[in-house]
Design a protein around this ligand. Structure first.
Ligand code: ADP
Ligand code: MG
Ligand code: ZN
Length: 607
């Protein structure tokens, strides 16, 4: 989220520079370790130098030790780059290195130059087809379930698979049935890939994996052959796990939304996959795992009985889950005594496991930059802010007038939040521009995750969201475009308030909109609403939504009208200091902030 948007071209240049500076790693015989161990050292910044061959990774640690691991991740170059590790290709294999770098770096470059599946002079295409859709084999995955936290239900379901793989022969005799294909479904970064590897680690079986996204541009026939290889190798190594990551890239519905040409290849690979699954005998101890964050675009044929017929939801962690995940990563750094896991978890609602891992790493980097002995709470707060709102754009200048509008807007949110009972405590208000979209932001601190909201809480939530616009209108007599994101959120809440939760009396206790689960087999995407009412009712709903928003606007406006001097004082203070902390606000307003938790962010977090 907060990654610098490198242009594809710059990446390409960077790779060439790195390649140009290739140098070997020391000669002492390397110690063989699992790929996960290599990754662990990488994440702990213990790796000085890396040399990569087609299927091995050689690493030189800071302490001089040499390691070698089977290469698993095709994204290794990106990852190494992220950790600032110097890396090179195997001498004599450098052309091979180029081959697998091409998918990572070459494609974006090609796309940047408008290449769309047209013929490319010989070597280019050949190189690409060879380099892609590799089968990664790892025989000693040491990833365990302990390394994956906050997804207990998914682990529980997968435990069965582990039992089966440990002893496929006797498992079936007890009448237990293991599905052929299990699909891990959930947002990016929630640990799907990690879980799949942990199943292999727990069962101590080989892990064969392939990434669906590598099938996108291949020569006809290559992808299908690769799928065949994958299953052949799996059968030879059984008991084993065959894992297809990013299944959606390979298994997208055929002929969907009138795509142009160039998809024959994927279709062939998909057909091959379907026929391999059908001819697949799980009793030999083979389990097929897939992962996707877009189950709704999968070809329905993939989800039929006897194929990927069981879905395991790997969702974003709740607060307790975040505590567990944080404990894994916090254990690896030196923590200051003022850091509370609970506090960090409370501030990170909505973060995935990957976000939390990044956060801890980021906080540790901040502490390192300070040349500090340990990582303190303030490091976490800044890291959270950075991740939440995007990197501070110091060079983005607002005009004096714009700054004033933003200051009133943000103070409007904050003041409404401070005066209404039962809303999140305002933690910080700022007009320092961050990222692209957000001009200012108000961070409220939720103290727990909420699943049930009362009518009053929803109304307050809408009033707080409208506080920014209400302030603008009150002070300047007109509104700016800055509230678009607030309005979108308010409209969504109001719509649910009226048509989903039955909270408007005259509409009756009727749920007009019904939301279907995202993850039902063959289900509709989240937010798909089934319409089961008349045109007339539709008009009534629209009208009730408008009334609901208008009422919230009125509440926000009157909260501010009665405190106009505070609003002016606050905006002035904000203009002077740019950021007001919770104590600044308390001093200013001398109101006790309400403490009922409820989570919302008012500024569009820069994506
Ligand atoms: P996905 O495949 O769902 O996109 P990954 O498994 O690739 O997510 O997660 C990326 C990284 O984020 C993992 O290697 C791990 O470091 C961290 N991570 C993600 N989810 C979890 C989790 N539930 N517990 C611990 N670490 C996690
Ligand atoms: Mg993944
Ligand atoms: Zn706003």
């Amino acid at each position: 989220m907060y990654r610098q948007p490198w242009s594809a071209l710059a990446r390409g240049v960077a790779v060439l520079l790195v390649l140009a500076s290739c140098s070997g790693v020391g000669p002492s015989p390397p110690e063989r370790v699992a790929y996960s161990t290599f990754e662990k050292y990488l994440h702990e910044h213990q790796i000085a130098q890396v040399r990569i061959s087609a299927d091995q990774v050689y690493a030189k640690l800071n302490d001089g030790r040499n390691l070698v691991a089977a290469r698993v991740s095709p994204d290794i170059a990106l990852e190494l780059e992220q950790y600032g590790v110097e890396f090179s290709g195997e001498p004599g294999y450098s052309s091979n290195l180029m081959l697998w770098l091409i998918p990572a770096f070459g494609i974006p470059i090609l796309l940047a130059f408008g290449w769309r599946g047209r013929a490319v002079p010989g070597t280019g295409t050949a190189a690409m087809s060879k380099s892609k859709a590799r089968i990664y084999t790892e025989t000693s995955t040491r990833t365990t379930f302990d390394e994956v936290a906050g997804v207990d239900e998914a682990k529980e379901e997968l435990r069965e698979v582990v039992e089966f793989l440990r002893d496929p022969a006797t498992y079936g005799r007890l009448g237990a049935h293991v599905p052929k294909g299990i699909l891990l479904v959930g947002p990016p970064g929630t640990g799907k890939t990690l879980l799949a590897r942990a199943v292999a680690g727990e069962a101590a079986v080989p892990f064969l994996s392939i990434n669906g996204s590598e099938f996108v541009e291949l020569f006809v026939g290559v992808g299908a052959a690769r799928v065949r290889d994958l299953f052949e190798q799996g059968r030879a190594k059984a008991p084993a796990i065959i894992f297809i990551d990013e299944l959606d890239a390979l298994g997208r519905a055929r002929g969907a939304n009138g795509q142009l040409t160039g998809h024959d290849e994927r279709e062939q690979a998909l057909n091959q996959l379907l026929s391999e699954i059908d001819g697949f005998d799980p009793s030999v101890g083979l389990v097929l795992l897939g992962a996707t964050n877009r189950p709704e675009i999968l070809d329905p044929a993939l989800l039929r009985a006897g194929r990927f017929d069981r879905q395991v939801l790997v969702d974003r962690p709740d607060k307790a889950g975040r505590v567990q995940i944080l404990e894994i990563y916090l254990g690896k750094i030196r923590l200051g005594s003022d850091v509370s896991v609970e506090d960090v978890a409370a501030l990170t609602a909505g973060f995935t496991g990957a976000d939390l891992a990044t956060l801890v790493n980021e906080a540790a980097l901040l502490a390192t930059r300070r040349k500090a002995q340990d990582v303190i709470a303030a490091d976490f707060t800044s890291a959270i802010e950075r991740i939440l709102a995007g990197l501070e754009k110091k060079n983005r200048l607002l005009s004096a007038k714009e700054r004033e509008i933003v200051a009133y807007h943000e103070m409007g949110h904050a003041l409404v939040a401070l005066t209404l009972p039962g809303v999140d405590r305002v933690q910080k208000v700022s007009i320092i521009p961050r990222g692209v979209g957000a001009l200012g932001y108000t961070i409220q601190r939720p103290t727990e995750d909420r699943f049930l909201l009362t009518e009053e809480e929803l109304e307050n939530k809408m009033a707080v969201l409208l506080g920014g616009r209400a302030a603008e209108r009150l002070v300047f007599g007109k509104v700016s475009t800055g509230a678009a994101d607030d309005l979108a959120k308010v409209s969504d809440i109001a719509r649910s308030y009226v048509a989903q939760y039955g909270m408007v009396g005259e509409m009756g206790d009727v749920a007009y909109d019904r939301q279907h689960s995202h993850f039902l087999p063959g289900g509709q995407p989240l937010g798909w609403l089934e319409r089961s009412y008349s045109e007339e009712t539709a008009r009534e709903i629209d009208c009730a939504v408008r009334k609901t928003v208008a009422r919230a606007m009125k509440r926000a406006t009157s909260a501010l009208e009665g405190r106009r001097d505070l609003l002016d004082k606050g905006a002035k203070a904000l203009l002077a200091k740019e950021t007001l902390s919770v104590t600044d606000l308390q001093d200013l307003v001398s109101l006790t902030p309400a403490k009922t938790p409820l989570h919302h962010e008012y500024a569009p977090a820069a994506q």
